[in-house]
Unconditional design. Sequence first.
Length: 427
Amino acid sequence: MHLHLAFVAIALPVVLCAQDAHHDHHHDEQIPLGYVKYPYQAQYPGDGDVTADSIFSGITTFARLPWVQCLSPKGSSEAFDIAFLGAPFDTGTSYRPGARFGPAGIRAGSRRLTLYGGYNVPLETNPFLSGQKIVDCGDIPVTPYDNHFAIKQIEQGHKTLIQRPTFSPLGNDSVTGEPLVPISIDGKHHPRVITLGGDHTIVLPLLRSIYSAYGPISVIHFDSHLDTWKPSVFGGAPSDQAAINHGTYFYWASQEGLIKNGSSIASHGAIRTTLSGPADYENDDNAGFKRIEAREIDTIGVDGIIKKIRETVGDMPVYLSIDIDSIDPAFAPATGTPETGGWSTRELRAILRGLDGLHIVSADIVEVAPAYDTNAELTTMAAADVSLDKFIVSESILTPFFQVLFEVLSVMTKTPLGKVASKSKAN
Ligand SMILES: [Mn+2]
């Protein structure tokens, strides 16, 4: 490695001179810029070749993906398969504010994701080389002054994206070769969106958007809290607007029929909050959720939790919502309402990999509030000293957020949002 870097330092000025002299002739003269294969990511040759770019350079997008201003007239015609989309809204939060900076923080934490190309070892896949077009669509414009208006903006922004045509066709079943048909209720093949929150309130408008394509949807929800609270229990007293917040949005989603209800196919994970009383669980049952308590990691383990989730959602289209507070604050302190006794980053990532093969139609990660990331500098120093393994090193404590999404992205790119036509006829 040291030898390679030395080579770059010596070779760089010479090569730049050569390029100045005659731009467009020989392939070798493209060095060093020839190594950077935008728009996807800096592409590192490895295996004996030099590393040509630094992972900390450039404009920060998620995983250094190309930035498309999807919601501006200029970007409105750009097709994609999976988009990262920020929703910087945090005026529905009950305790620590700051998740409006979540999208920016998560992007900053994600820069190393493609350092060596982005191959996911346990899932044996590289989501960035899957052939699917993955972009960073920037942020939805969200007003910080009017929650009612902001929630409409989030729904509209998300819906605009999932209702666009995809870049890639749905393709054929990898086993039988039969053509796949969409699993949506409108019969269309929709692109997927991974939303970077924002506080958890954003999931109400996101589920309204999802409903437009998939109807009532199964939900996998990782959180230390229920978020199905009745407004009378959780902050709703002052006004109708106060009744829609990051502890009640699933109550409203259930009331509006956005969640597949009555057949127990939504699933919470990592629950460990205190309650107003046992009635909160009854209310949660009524909203259609099954619960997995955080402490079950000690009894049924990661495999048992994966099994429970898979049995609950089956092969239904599913929306995945991850509250970063499902991870223990020891690993992820930068969140609005931290609860001790949570899962480790390693455990949540293993559980997410266990969702491989499920039809995840879209996803989010919420409640990342970078202002409380007070240990970041310490982690950076410790990381620099300890290891070069990308799955062990944390450049900052924000790293769990992008790593979690790396698992989600890997699972998504492995499984197309379709089923074989013969099977759909049987249903
Ligand atoms: Mn939550």
